[in-house]
Every structure is written in structure tokens, then in C-alpha cells.
Ligand binder design. Structure first.
Ligand code: HEC
Length: 154
């Protein structure tokens, strides 16, 4: 291969690599946002199942695992908002740019959620229904505290 030809080959190859890298990146941002929304959707379902059991006066131990799932999700939230996964990604998302303006505060709200859910797990496994109700209220407060600042209203 002549020197000139090999330069062209290298240029073509690097253009191809750059192109596929940005496609891969776009896909992974869309995947991350989809996984994030699925995680929150599941959280909503878990909270709904706990509320139903509380309202029905059911055996609360049956929904302790739902609260544990929320606690585990709370630990994962900070990793589900990589830079570039906000509205600027072009993907439909309710995540607000405020998340990246104060990521430390957002992460704290996620940790608060996890802590509230862990308290709820203990209460659901206990015998004090009033304590379980109060712990569920506190969990709802942790959801609202984050949504107020970091999620679009619609
Ligand atoms: C640390 C912040 C934070 C906490 C805490 C939090 N959320 Fe969210 N939630 C978000 C953000 C941000 C979105 C938007 C995600 C997106 O669209 O990319 C969201 C989206 C949702 C959605 C919509 C999911 C969908 O279908 O797209 C539901 C339902 C939801 N949250 C429920 C809850 C519940 C219930 C709790 C508490 C048990 C909770 N969230 C706690 C930040 C939070």
C-alpha cells in the first residue's frame, strides 16, 4: 500500500470508529433512560402494593419485600443519571436539568429514599401497624422531596 493510500485508509477507519462510537453512546443513553423510567415505574408499583396492604389491614410482612426493592432502587438512582441523560439527550424524559446542577443534593434525596424504605421494611416486619403507616407516610415524603425539584410536573 502506498503511503498516501494508507493515510486515506487510516482516516476512513477512524471516521468509522468515531461514527459507531457516537451511535453506541446514543443507544446507551436511551437504554439508561428507559431503565431509569422502568425502575421508577416499578417503585410506583411497589409503593402502591404497600399502600393497598396498609389500607386493607393485610399481613404487612407480605409487602416487606416491596419496600426492600425500593430501598435497593434508592441506592441505584445516583448511577442512573449519567451526564447527558437529561432533556438535552432528545429522549423523552421527566428528569430536570436541576439534577446535574446539584448532583450531590439529588444523590442525598436518593439516599433519603433508601433510608426511609429501610425503616419501612422493619416496620412492615414488626407488629405496630401505626408505625408502619407512619413509615409509609415518611416514604411518600421522600418521593415528593425529590420530585418537587428534579422531575417535571407532567
Ligand atoms: C432522588 C430523586 C427521586 C426520588 C427519591 C423518587 N423519584 Fe420518582 N422520579 C424521579 C425522576 C428524576 C423521574 C423521571 C425519570 C425520567 O423520566 O427519566 C421519576 C419518575 C417517577 C415515575 C414515572 C416513571 C415512568 O413511568 O416514567 C414514578 C411512577 C415515580 N417516579 C415514582 C416514585 C415513587 C413512588 C417514589 C418514592 C417511593 C419516587 N419516585 C422517588 C426522581 C425521584
Amino acid at each position: 500500500m502506498s503511503f498516501r493510500k494508507s493515510i486515506v485508509a487510516v482516516a476512513l477507519l477512524s471516521a468509522m470508529i468515531a461514527g459507531s462510537a457516537s451511535i453506541a453512546q446514543a443507544q446507551s443513553v436511551a437504554d439508561t433512560i428507559a431503565a431509569r423510567q422502568a425502575g421508577f415505574k416499578k417503585t410506583g408499583e411497589n409503593a402502591g402494593a404497600i399502600k393497598k396492604a396498609l389500607d386493607a389491614g393485610a399481613d404487612l410482612k407480605t409487602v416487606a419485600a416491596n419496600a426492600q426493592e425500593i430501598a435497593d432502587w434508592g441506592k441505584k438512582i445516583p448511577t442512573m443519571v449519567p451526564a447527558g441523560s437529561g432533556p438535552e439527550s432528545g429522549v423523552k424524559t421527566r428528569a430536570l436539568p436541576a439534577i446535574w446542577a446539584d448532583k450531590a443534593d439529588f444523590d442525598k434525596k436518593a439516599a433519603d429514599l433508601s433510608a426511609a424504605a429501610t425503616t419501612l421494611v422493619a416496620a412492615l416486619n414488626g407488629t405496630d401497624k401505626a408505625a408502619a403507616g407512619a413509615a409509609f407516610q415518611a416514604l411518600g415524603g421522600a418521593c415528593a422531596a425529590c420530585h418537587r425539584t428534579y422531575r417535571t410536573q407532567q
